[in-house]
Structure formats: structure tokens, C-alpha cells
Design a protein around this ligand. Sequence first.
Ligand SMILES: [Zn+2]
Length: 130
Amino acid sequence: MIKYCHECGTEIKEGAKFCKNCGTSIVKDLKEESNKREIKEEKQSFESSHHKYEIEKQRNQIYQWIAIAIILLVLGVLFFWAYDRYEEKQKENEIVGGINKALTDWGFTASKTNSLNNSDAILSRNYFTF
Ligand SMILES: [Zn+2]
């Protein structure tokens, strides 16, 4: 059986430990490959002799998909709920911000101007004349 390097696809000579083209170690890969193949063969023989198991596996897969669908649905609902709340909060902030801005425009900033430098004095005067 001719083997090929899994990295570069170069043909590997029988018994070679490294790919002559790219130097990839072959021994380890061959071992892994044969291990994988053994596991696969075991699995295949197990599955073919256990048709019932196969059916159960398919059913489990369907259950898995249903579970995933439910999770996605819940996440979707949560997301929209959170977004709705976020939008409401945004509107609230806009309203509060608007009120604050209106108050500031009308000179209601006295609580922030406790120190007595010139600009504060002017602000205070504005406040009192208002
Ligand atoms: Zn190679």
C-alpha cells in the first residue's frame, strides 16, 4: 500500500520515517492513523451489529436539535426583551437628559455652583434674576 504525506501529499517510501519533501514525521502519523482506523472499524462493526443503537442515536440527535432550537428560541426572546428594555431606558435617558438640558438652559444650575469665583457669581446672579 502506497502512503502519502498528509502535509504535502508526497509519496512516502515503505519504512520511511520522514517525508523526503517536507520532513514531516511519518511514524507518529501512521500510528495515529492506524489507531483511528481501528477505532473506526470497531465503531462500524458495533454499529452494524447494533441497528437498534443506530436508531437510538438518530433519535438522540433529533432530541439534541430540539434542545438547541429551544435554547436558541429562549435566547432570542431574552435578547428581544433585553433590547426592548434597553430602548425604553434610552428613551428614559433622552427624556431625563432633555429635562436636565432645559433646566440648565433656564439657569437651574445653582446646586453645582457653591464656590465663589467670578463665573459662579455671574451664574448665581442669573439664577436670582430669573
Ligand atoms: Zn511532506
